[in-house]
Design a protein around this ligand. Sequence first.
Ligand code: ADP
Ligand code: ADP
Length: 223
Amino acid sequence: DVPLVITDLAKNYANGFRAVDGVSFRVETGQVLGLLGPNGAGKTTTLRMLMGLITPSAGSIRVFGHAVTPGAPVLSRLGSFVEGSGFLPHLSGRDNLELYWRATGRPLADAHLEEALDIADLGRSVDRKVKSYSQGMRQRLAIAQAMLGLPDLMVLDEPTNGLDPPQIRTMRDVLIRYARTGRTVLVSSHLLAEVEQTCTHVVVMNKGVVVSAGTVEDLIGAS
Ligand code: ADP
Ligand code: ADP
């Protein structure tokens, strides 16, 4: 099954604003797909529908062939991170992840925890208190959290917000390494340079619609 198929998706917020206006795209296995667009394009709204956090006004979302409906998100194969993931500052990174995972009620293999931590490249800092972490370390911990169950499809909303260029390069390596394990990544960004460096494929959104889609080479060649 295809990791993600979005068809004619739309969202009108309660105030009548149409933030997403008929969006269709798909993400294939092994891709790191960047959802690129300026602030207000509708990226977060799209990702929140995909995660089952808000209800679409129209259209469909299929994750590995299963329809996503609010309250019944496809959690078993989906891992996600939305900016601002709250960590407990007085606990270590490792303890934060264990606590988070315990709340899901699902079993966690030690090997999976170690792999997520390894992919996020936190080194020995994983046993230091989160309050001592830099912004970049917190972001990578949030990504490790999204990776915990080794989801087949990982969804990250603006994971590089607040990171400096070296941290963005580390993030890129993390995402590429993850996709090479045969899994799939969907990441939103408002920075073309970042998508160019990080992603294999790109869907460009503006004002609630998809304006182009293809490989990163296609996008760069066309501009
Ligand atoms: P839904 O249609 O999904 O129920 P709502 O319109 O009720 O969403 O708003 C959900 C939340 O988003 C509310 O807390 C609201 O204050 C906030 N919100 C409202 N307008 C905006 C906006 N323009 N941008 C971002 N957040 C907004
Ligand atoms: P992006 O992630 O691309 O910046 P968003 O999906 O956050 O875009 O927002 C798309 C548009 O929808 C923006 O104009 C935003 O102000 C508006 N919006 C977001 N949330 C709400 C809400 N709850 N109610 C009304 N408008 C919203």
